[in-house]
Design a binder for this molecule. Structure first.
Ligand SMILES: *[C@@H]1O[C@H](CO)[C@@H](O)[C@H](O)[C@H]1NC(C)=O
Ligand SMILES: *[C@@H]1O[C@H](CO)[C@@H](O)[C@H](O)[C@H]1NC(C)=O
Ligand SMILES: *[C@@H]1O[C@H](CO)[C@@H](O)[C@H](O)[C@H]1NC(C)=O
Length: 434
């Protein structure tokens, strides 16, 4: 191409941009996250395609990429399948190439590479075409949503309609926030040139949205303190599990999930006796602790579960027990349990982390589940004798805590309960400032 033509194209692009690309380089982006009452899944909403469609997607912190149902009514003038051996295929770590015998449409094209979209709720993964399309979400200054920011070629996997089974009503796919290059956080950071950081703040309420930020803070929450939650975090390293934890994966693929090292568990300050071998990740990728948004309650390997529930019951010995209600194994009559700003007044559970004096403290609001009027249960679940991962910190324990994942430094920042700071994850001001 002649250089004058190139210049012409460049300058018209610039002209186009100065009038339309108002959020061309936002500092950060923001999305709402709703807790679905029926499934306890966390659901976000983004715009995709041309013309844009508002899509509901289940948030999967440990998922590898975004996938959507392309079989039912996918219409978009900007859909682009990824050609075999293209840069997109290698970015997505996809080495499978194929043709499609039916009529061409989104999800069915010849000479395209594919991924293995996965639905953890029905433990199913399948084949789906890798493609790019326009994705839009609100920019933010940390206080309010602003202008829409648009990634013209956001990569995702198509999936057949049956993969939606078990997802929250209305959801059309899942948004994987894993630490790989086509995970939602890395793609957005690359498209808008901001820090490879994101933050998750799940609401405990099914009627008011929590929030997810891509990029750095401030992350502001309304309340008496007008808290910037990015300024009050404790930190612990994120670990890489050397063996993929996904349902279908390529030999040698690492896990994209977020693991941390829990050294011990304390209840009211006393260490619970645990088999320490279970707390580290072995060479086969078994053991250790991960964080999950698709597990509603923290799940513990059986011996850990027993030790924790026994110690918790002993620390609450004065309170009347009631028959347990599944999936929980330890329940109390709440009438003799007081209440505090951070939930029922019960023993504190600390996940002790490797750095000195750093621990993740779990208060009553995150440890106790009100199952019925007269039944208050410890919100931990027995994960069986030989689970892949010994401790899976689930959604209920994450609610009203802000978690910041820094992929560049491999570090987790966590706030502990925002209730202490007189706010909640439902207090981001979603009123647009523009
Ligand atoms: C793929 O190529 C085959 C053989 O040329 C053709 O019959 C088929 O219609 C094509 N499929 C798509 C989706 O383009
Ligand atoms: C601790 O856990 C490891 C891994 O599951 C197991 O091999 C070992 O037997 C356990 N030790 C005890 C004392 O139970
Ligand atoms: C929320 O943000 C809007 C837009 O900036 C502002 O007008 C409003 O006062 C804010 N709400 C509260 C409760 O501060």
């Amino acid at each position: 191409m002649a250089s004058s033509t190139l210049l012409l194209i460049l300058s018209s692009l610039l002209l186009f941009c100065s009038s339309f690309c108002s959020a061309a380089s936002p500092h950060a982006l923001v999305l709402p996250v709703k807790k679905d009452a029926a499934t306890l899944q966390y659901v976000t909403r983004v715009y995709q395609r041309t013309p844009p469609v508002l899509l509901e997607l289940v948030v999967d912190l440990g998922g590898r990429y975004l996938w959507v149902d392309c079989d039912a009514g996918y219409v978009s003038s900007t859909y682009r399948p990824a050609r075999c051996r293209s840069a997109q295929c290698s970015l997505a770590n996809s080495f499978s190439c194929g043709d499609c015998s039916a009529a061409p449409r989104p999800g069915c094209n010849n000479n395209t590479c594919g991924l293995a979209p996965e639905n953890l709720f029905i433990r199913t993964s399948t084949f789906g075409e890798l493609a790019g399309d326009v994705l839009s979400l609100a920019s933010t200054d940390g206080s309010n949503p602003g202008a829409l920011a648009t990634d013209p070629r956001f990569l995702f996997s198509c999936a057949p309609t049956f993969l939606l089974k078990g997802l929250a009503k209305g959801a059309k796919g899942m948004a994987g926030l894993g630490r790989n290059k086509v995970g939602v956080p890395s793609q957005l950071a690359a498209a808008f040139s901001f820090h490879r950081k994101f933050a998750l703040c799940l609401s405990s309420s099914t009627s008011s949205d929590g929030v997810m930020f891509f990029g750095d803070g401030p992350y502001r929450f309304l309340g008496t303190l007008n808290l910037d939650a990015s300024q009050s975090l404790s930190y612990t390293p994120l670990l890489i599990n050397p063996v993929s934890t996904a349902g279908t994966y390529v030999q040698g693929e690492k896990s994209v999930e977020y693991f941390i090292e829990v050294k011990s568990i304390r209840i009211n300050g006393n260490s619970v006796p645990l088999n320490k071998t279970l707390l580290s990740i072995d060479k086969d990728g078994v053991g250790g602790t991960k964080i999950s948004t698709v597990t509603p309650y923290t799940t513990l390997q059986t011996s850990i579960y027993r030790a924790v529930t026994n110690a918790f019951a002993a620390a609450l010995a004065g309170v009347r027990r009631v028959p347990p209600v599944a999936p929980f194994g330890l329940c109390f009559d709440p009438s003799s349990i007081g209440s505090t700003r951070v939930g029922p007044a019960v023993p504190q559970i600390d996940l002790v982390l490797p750095s000195q004096n750093v621990y993740w403290r779990i208060f009553g609001a995150n440890s106790m589940v009100q199952v019925r009027d007269k039944v208050l249960c410890l919100g931990f679940v027995d994960g069986g004798a030989e689970p892949r991962t010994s401790i899976v910190i689930g959604g209920y324990q994450l609610e009203d805590n802000l978690l910041q994942f820094d992929l560049a430094t491999s570090r987790l920042g966590f706030s502990s309960s925002l209730l202490f700071r007189q706010t909640t994850c439902a207090n981001f001001n979603f009123t647009s400032s523009s």
